[in-house]
Ligand binder design. Structure first.
Ligand SMILES: Cc1cc2nc3c(=O)[nH]c(=O)nc-3n(C[C@H](O)[C@H](O)[C@H](O)COP(=O)(O)OP(=O)(O)OC[C@H]3O[C@@H](n4cnc5c(N)ncnc54)[C@H](O)[C@@H]3O)c2cc1C
Length: 241
């Protein structure tokens, strides 16, 4: 299964219908598709507050001006509680930091993506590139990079694939991001009872990309006042109130 690199394991489990992708390419493709279909994006625009009229959110206030809308969907990931606080909504959610390194033009690359379960590291070949990522660091949204955690990912990868031809990268090549974590591991998807035109969507933890399409479908159904295609009681945004 891995013709180019040595694999130092007793065995593994193959999930033949699992698949993987390049998240950056996916986002670019979706972005271009939506733009060419009339969706307007306001990038690098930070929500700083809201205006309310009775049971409705009437305006979102940003650093680039105010925007009105009939309906508002808040999907600000690990920053969701910071944004909902402007509306008086407390949400139990914290950030779980993870790191990744992407190696370009790897001479002898993996042919299969793999989860190194014991070390909680994900290995993803992307064409001739290779990404390795992992760790769950609970240290808020402002903490600096912990190089020890990144070294642990690299060490695990080298332990499983001893002759993988990659060297530990310089710090500017190390990426990190935050997974939005709810206490029960389930996302928050749905309306908040305080407002008639507000939908929250977030808290997808380690599966935000995998669950994005299904979440988008549910949000579209909720905003459109349709019956949702599945029972969403478990995702109730007020389940901890
Ligand atoms: C190392 C790592 C590996 C991962 N691997 C996988 C994987 O293999 N598969 C998978 O499915 N998921 C994976 N995830 C998880 C996935 O990235 C998240 O679940 C997903 O990004 C959550 O999506 P989101 O849209 O809710 O939040 P985000 O992607 O965090 O997006 C929230 C957006 O809101 C913006 N924002 C925040 N505050 C404001 C504000 N005040 N005003 C305006 N905008 C604001 C942010 O800038 C950001 O663009 C991984 C995460 C990490 C860190």
């Amino acid at each position: 299964m891995e013709p180019e690199v040595e694999v130092n394991v007793r065995g593994g489990v193959l999930y033949p219908i699992d698949c993987h992708l390049h998240p950056g390419d996916l986002m670019q493709t979706i972005y271009q598709y939506l733009q060419s279909n009339g969706v307007q994006f306001h990038l690098n625009t930070t929500i700083e507050g809201f205006e309310k009229e009775g049971r409705k959110v009437s305006k979102v206030i940003t650093d680039k001006g105010d925007f009105t809308a009939d309906a508002f969907v808040l999907a600000t990931g690990s920053w969701l509680p910071i944004v909902t606080k402007h509306l008086g909504i407390e949400l139990l959610l914290q950030a779980g930091k993870g790191y990744s390194m992407t190696f370009e033009n790897v001479e002898k690359n993996l042919h299969q993506p793999a989860i190194l379960v014991d070390d909680r590291v994900a290995m993803t070949p992307m064409g001739t590139d290779l990404r390795m990522g992992g760790t769950m660091e609970i240290s808020g949204l402002q903490s600096p990079m912990l190089i020890k955690r990144v070294q642990a990912i690299f060490k695990a990868a080298k332990n499983y694939y001893p002759n993988l031809p990659v060297s530990f990268p310089s710090s500017e090549k190390i990426w990190w991001g935050w997974r939005p974590l709810s206490p029960d591991g389930l996302p928050y998807i749905g309306r908040h009872s305080a407002f008639d035109n507000l939908v929250l969507s977030g808290g997808h933890a380690m599966l935000g990309l995998s669950l994005a399409a299904a979440t988008g479908k549910l949000v579209e159904e909720i905003v459109g006042g349709k019956k949702t295609s599945m029972d969403i009681a478990a995702f109730n945004v007020e389940r901890y109130n």
